[in-house]
Design a protein around this ligand. Structure first.
Ligand SMILES: Cc1ncc(COP(=O)(O)O)c(C=O)c1O
Length: 414
């Protein structure tokens, strides 16, 4: 039997990470977490905790509907189901992301088309999306990677010209702000993650938000009612291929408590990420991830910088290893974020024209490789990031992190 070394993700990927700087775990918990959990138990499991969380999150977002799910992967899956495009329809999506962004597209037999990132960044833009729009494009799925919101006004304008749905993946940018508007309220619908290592860290949770009444109703019907209608004299009649994607009440209790403390945490994270960026920016050969001026609140889930390969005698991986050994927990390169390179099953299906890449429903040949997103590939080759950056950082931690990077840079300077 071939033994596969299974990859870890989410909180499990943070296990054992230590250093001189704060780490994400144990999480800071909202003071009401125990009370809300107790309510669930004392009600004999008859509390309306999940709807309570949904109402509160929708209110905080200033949006009509919140549908709570067990994670963002399920939230975006549910959205993909509810959008009801045809197999073979294309969705233009960020290439630098987590698999959870695209899983739902794949399960619904849509074709992910990866736009490249703007050079020197990890986000897609209207300019990188526009050349990929075809007669089969139905939606744009923009990921606000690291917490930096994509430049959404031009993306929305482009989408409007082509009648496309705009979806935001806000997993890494919860309560981040773009030109005074909250991330997640900038398009047609958005998915959030409340996995325990995320900024709004709960248990394995997530949600979908939208102002579109029909879309919300369809998502609830498919994900919370499993596609079943109540027929008098008969009962549950499954008129659609539904699924079961409800957020459990205990998770909702914790998420609600975490929601009560998130705004202050995000304001603090924004200040710390900007301070760290300032300290890193003055180190020769180091370029911190740029924070565009339209980002009013940088809800940074991770932070990072690129190294100028011509300046150092070591590789980016070695640079990261030395920084980790010197005390930055979890720092390293992250080439695996490049989805067209990471999803070898997509490469194979497209090459072999396996459904939905058969013709039809696909309307053309597709290829997936890092070569289709050269900006992203080039950036990831020299980008170092750490996602143990969190609300526990204080100004002295930003100074220490930058000092470690400077020390490693000076040690390896050519
Ligand atoms: C950008 C992005 N999208 C989607 C996901 C998946 O979220 P979840 O783990 O809640 O399913 C993640 C989680 O790491 C993410 O960072």
């Amino acid at each position: 039997m071939t033994v596969i070394e299974r990859a870890q993700y989410g909180a499990a990927a943070f296990e054992g990470l230590t250093g001189k700087l704060p780490t994400t775990f144990p999480r800071t918990m909202g003071p009401n977490a125990m009370q809300y959990l107790q309510e669930v138990v004392e009600s004999g499991l008859s509390s309306d905790m999940t709807s309570r969380f949904e109402r509160r999150f929708a209110e905080e977002m200033g949006i009509e509907h919140c549908i709570a799910t067990p994670g963002c992967t399920p939230a975006l899956y549910l959205l993909a189901m509810a959008l009801d495009f045809a197999p073979g329809d294309e969705v233009i999506v960020s290439p630098v992301t987590d698999y959870g962004t695209i899983m739902g597209l794949i399960k619904e037999h849509y074709i992910p088309v990866f736009a490249d990132v703007e050079p020197g960044t990890v986000n897609i833009s209207a300019d990188t999306i526009a050349p990929l729009i075809t007669d089969r494009t139905r939606a744009i799925l923009a990921v606000h990677k690291t917490g930096i919101v994509c430049d959404m006004d031009p993306i929305n304008a482009l989408a409007a010209r082509h009648n496309l749905v705009v979806i935001e993946d806000v997993c890494q940018a919860v309560f981040g702000e773009y030109k005074g508007r909250l991330a997640g309220t900038l398009g047609h619908a958005a998915g959030f993650s409340f996995d325990s290592e995320k900024t709004l860290g709960s248990d394995i949770g997530g949600c979908l938000i939208t102002n579109d009444d029909a879309l919300a109703e369809r998502a609830r019907f498919l994900g919370h009612s499993r596609g079943a209608e109540n027929k008098p004299g008969f009962g549950r009649m499954h008129t659609a291929e539904g699924t079961a994607l409800r957020m459990p009440a205990c998770t909702a209790a914790i998420t609600l408590a975490q929601l009560e403390i998130i705004r202050d945490q995000v304001a603090h994270v924004d200040r710390m990420a900007r301070l760290l960026t300032e300290h890193l920016a003055v180190i020769p050969g180091i370029t911190p991830l740029p924070i565009p001026s339209y980002v009013d609140v940088y809800s940074a889930w991770m932070v990072g910088f690129s190294i100028d390969p011509a300046t150092f005698r070591c590789t980016a991986d070695e640079f990261g290893e030395q920084c980790a050994a010197a005390g930055i927990p979890g720092i390293g390169t992250a080439r695996y974020y490049l989805m067209p390179a990471a999803c070898t099953f997509l490469q194979e299906k497209a090459a072999q024209q396996v459904y939905p890449y058969s013709l039809p429903p696909a309307s053309r040949m597709y290829t997936y490789s890092s070569a289709t997103c050269p900006n992203a590939r080039a950036y990831l080759d020299k980008w170092l990031r750490w996602s143990t950056f969190c609300e526990k950082y204080q100004p002295e931690d930003c100074v220490l992190a930058a000092a470690i990077v400077r020390e490693v840079a000076d040690r390896n300077r050519l």
